[in-house]
Write a protein that binds this ligand. Structure first.
Ligand code: DGP
Length: 113
C-alpha cells in the first residue's frame, strides 16, 4: 500500500521520531502549527476514525496513554494542549492513515476555521 505514514513507521521515509514502541510511533509534523506539534500514529494501517472497531480499538487507548506520557515528559501537560484527529474531506484529513495531532506551546484558539 502506498501510504506515507506506513513508510514513516517502517523507516522507509525519514522523520523526526520522538517516541516509538511496538505498536505506535510519534514524530514531529512537517508543517508545525505551534511550537510543539507532533503526530502519533499506530504502526498498523487504519485509514481513519471511521475504521476503528472492536478488533483494533485498544490501540486508540494506547495512543492516548502515549500522548499523556509525552505531555508529562515534555512538560506541557499543566499548561494544556490540544489533540486533533481529522477525518475525511470535510474534516481536513490529508493523509489516510489515522493520526493524532498534538499541539502545544502556545494558547490555541477556538473555534477552528
Ligand atoms: P491531516 O491534515 O490531519 O491529514 O494532517 C497531516 C499532517 O501530516 C500535516 O500536518 C502534515 C503532516 N505530514 C504530511 N506528510 C508528512 C511527512 O512526510 N512527514 C511528516 N513529518 N509530516 C508529514
Amino acid at each position: 500500500m502506498d501510504c506515507i505514514f506506513c513508510k514513516i513507521a517502517n523507516k522507509e521515509i525519514e522523520s523526526a521520531i520522538i517516541y516509538e514502541d511496538d505498536s505506535v510511533i510519534a514524530f514531529n509534523d512537517l508543517n508545525p502549527q505551534s511550537p510543539i506539534h507532533f503526530l502519533v500514529i499506530p504502526k498498523e494501517h487504519i485509514s481513519s476514525a471511521n475504521d476503528i472497531n472492536e478488533d483494533n480499538k485498544e490501540i486508540i487507548g494506547h495512543i492516548f496513554c502515549v500522548i499523556n506520557k509525552l505531555a508529562k515528559d515534555k512538560g506541557f501537560d499543566k499548561d494544556g494542549y490540544r489533540i486533533v484527529n481529522n477525518i475525511g474531506k470535510d474534516g481536513g484529513q490529508s493523509v489516510n492513515h489515522i493520526h493524532f495531532h498534538v499541539l502545544a506551546g502556545r494558547s490555541l484558539q477556538w473555534p477552528p476555521g
